[in-house]
Ligand binder design. Structure first.
Ligand SMILES: Nc1ncnc2c1ncn2[C@@H]1O[C@H](COP(=O)(O)OP(=O)(O)O)[C@@H](O)[C@H]1O
Ligand SMILES: [Mg+2]
Length: 249
């Protein structure tokens, strides 16, 4: 479905979500344009993972709306979201260590026609030469960083218009973090939008066009990553919340 230039690819409006009676997101607004790379930052427990779950249909949205590519997806299932081009690589996703790299990728595209699936796997692997070279090896034979690259490649087999990555660099050495995040630059060149949750502030700012800070389920700051003084402003946004919480407690 064609969308107008003014309309964002993803629009999250006043979304509330959580776990049973525990409300985690308190009216979150967030937009992503087609081809845009957006970083979602915030302290541990802020609700970043919860927001991604609510957007991709893994968690029910209690209030507000989610629109994707001109369509209301507020109550979509994760499977239908992925079919619509909204792919969520979940936090801490693990590959199947006993299966080959290729079989892990075939599984990610389980419902695609054979020939189409083969083409997409080659395209996904072209972004990750070092795992392409190990395609016949078991997932467990890959290093930790390579396994994380494989989870991203699995997402790419779905050929997303928006790829949501929840801490893809968690636990990696700085060199491997760069290699994983480098792929985001290549995706941007291909016109794929990315929503990146990342703990490393400077890495996130380098990879993204725009940034949102989420604190205790509220968006407290949004900015273009080129704006001056951004690391300091983000720090203040985090502290503002902390002193407020202490005063309230
Ligand atoms: N399955 C769950 N059941 C109940 N509470 C949860 C669950 N998962 C996360 N939470 C709570 O929701 C809040 C936000 O968590 P999360 O979205 O994982 O934060 P982040 O990804 O920003 O670190 C935290 O207070 C966390 O304890
Ligand atoms: Mg998280």
């Amino acid at each position: 479905m064609p969308i107008s230039a003014a309309e964002p690819l993803l629009a999250v409006r006043a979304v509330e979500s959580g776990y049973g009676k525990i409300r985690v997101l308190h009216g979150v607004d967030l937009t992503i344009a087609a081809g845009e790379v957006v970083a979602l930052l915030g302290p541990n427990g802020a609700g970043k993972t919860t927001l991604l779950r609510a957007v991709s249909g893994l968690l029910p949205v209690n209030a507000g709306e989610v629109h994707f590519a001109g369509r209301d997806i507020t109550r979509i299932t994760p499977r239908d979201a992925a079919r619509a081009g909204l792919v969520h690589v979940i936090e801490g996703h693990r590959v199947f260590t006993q299966m080959s790299v290729t079989d892990n990728l075939l599984l990610a595209g389980y419902d695609l026609p054979r020939a189409e699936r083969a083409v997409r796997i080659e395209q996904a692997l072209s972004l990750f030469p070092e795992i392409a070279a190990k395609r016949r090896e078991r997932g467990g034979a890959l290093s930790g960083g390579q396994q994380q690259m494989l989870t991203v490649a699995q997402g790419l087999v779905r050929r997303p218009r928006l790829l949501m990555l929840d801490e893809p660099s968690a636990g990696l050495s700085p060199v491997l973090v760069d290699r994983v995040l480098n792929v985001i630059g290549q995706l941007r060149q291909q016109g794929t939008a990315v929503l990146l949750v990342e703990q490393l502030l400077e890495k996130a700012l380098a990879a993204a066009d725009r940034v949102y800070a989420l604190v205790q389920g509220h968006i407290v700051l949004q900015a273009k990553t080129g704006e001056s003084d951004l690391p300091h402003r983000l720090e203040l946004a985090y502290f503002g919340h902390e002193s407020h919480a202490q005063a309230a407690g």
